[in-house]
Ligand binder design. Structure first.
Ligand SMILES: [Mn+2]
Length: 349
């Protein structure tokens, strides 16, 4: 049976009721929850899964928490991060365990960004997808996609509130606050709504200290990491009369600094500190490919551009990875953005 709820319309803020009854009953019935975070995990996919792990533990369920890539050091304070397992696919024996099994994928628009191959698990265990990416491909036996949610953490809070019988420990609330605070750039991005603040207020009322979470997330860089940011910031290239700012890091920069790619989290947003910049790009070399992080705060959305390169994401934040040299991506992407800004401007003249 395939049951899918896809909420794509942005309706009146603050009035949306997300119904998690079906999710709650599936999770309630399952003996084991397999929680899956997306590749290159961020605060939302990790905070949301960590909150579910805390509740699974409190309910006495068996659970595992897995993902393709390790947890970045700035987020290892999340509960149960030590139990998180890095793997490319689930071992067969997991599916053969006694009792009912349930897979939960959070904050992940396509099965490829979760574990490969996810499709083979379907049929053996129900796959629940909880996401807020407007371009979610609609996979999973039970999928709830709400693109009006600033973070999946916001959705999980609704889920917990609707599961009135379930415990809701403080560390689950802290994990959800982390999910929401990181996905909204500390409540500063366009996705931040009245509902986002209401969710945060509810979590604070449960005992979450925003200053404590903020310190853990934002004061976790190393000196080498900050120097790497400095290097990227010294290389800014601009397009479209300074409305687009791009920068890049090469393989040798990572080797020389001894930094991990997870050190780049948040760097692209620094480009918006430049006056009049409404589009920011960070390119980085990775495994012989070029990875691009795109951020938009203007009329040109990031998602269609990422899609034109085979990637995806949100209107304000998207990404892609291509087997094309960095210089070539920089040049082509630069002229693509020049064109889009030109047509966009003429339309408004
Ligand atoms: Mn998210």
């Amino acid at each position: 049976m395939r049951f899918s709820i896809v909420l794509r319309e942005r309706t009146e803020e603050g009035n949306r009721v997300r119904d998690f009854t079906a999710v709650i009953s599936l999770l309630q019935k399952a003996d084991t929850w397999i929680l899956i975070s997306h590749e290159k995990p961020d605060g939302d996919t990790l905070g949301s899964a960590a909150a579910l792990a805390v509740v699974a533990e409190a309910l006495g369920k068996r659970w595992r928490w897995v993902g393709k890539d390790p947890i970045p050091s700035s987020l290892t304070f999340l509960p149960f991060s030590a139990a998180y397992e890095t793997m490319k696919s689930l071992p067969e024996e997991v599916l053969e365990e006694d009792g009912a099994l349930c897979l939960v994928v959070v904050d992940t628009s396509t099965p490829e960004r979760a574990l490969v191959p996810l499709a083979t698990y379907e049929g053996k265990a129900p796959l629940i997808v909880l996401d807020h990416h407007g371009d979610n491909s609609g996979y999973g036996a039970l999928s709830i996609v709400d693109s009006s949610a600033a973070a999946v953490g916001e959705m999980i809070l609704d889920l917990f509130e609707q599961a009135v019988e379930w415990p809701f420990p403080l560390d689950a609330a802290e994990a959800l606050y982390t999910a929401i605070a990181t996905d909204t750039g500390n409540f500063s991005y366009e996705n931040t709504t009245e509902r986002t603040f209401l969710a945060a207020a509810k979590l604070v009322a449960r005992g979450v200290l925003p200053s404590k979470i903020s310190e853990r997330v934002h004061s976790s860089n190393t000196e080498e990491g900050l120097r790497l940011w400095g290097l990227a910031l010294s290389r800014i290239v601009s397009f479209a009369n300074g409305q687009v700012a791009c920068t890049f890091l090469r393989d040798e920069d990572f080797i020389a600094s001894g930094c991990e790619r997870s050190n780049l989290e948040g760097l692209v947003n620094e480009l918006f500190r430049i006056r009049n910049v409404t589009f920011a790009v960070l390119l980085s070399e990775q495994d012989g490919q070029t990875h691009a992080s795109l951020r938009s705060r203007g009329a040109v959305p990031a998602q269609p551009i990422a899609r034109s390169w085979g990637g995806g994401g949100h209107p304000q934040a998207a990404a892609f990875r291509v087997p094309v040299p960095l210089e070539e991506v920089l040049k082509k992407l630069g002229s693509q953005l020049e064109d889009l800004y030109e047509t966009g401007n003429s339309r408004f003249e």
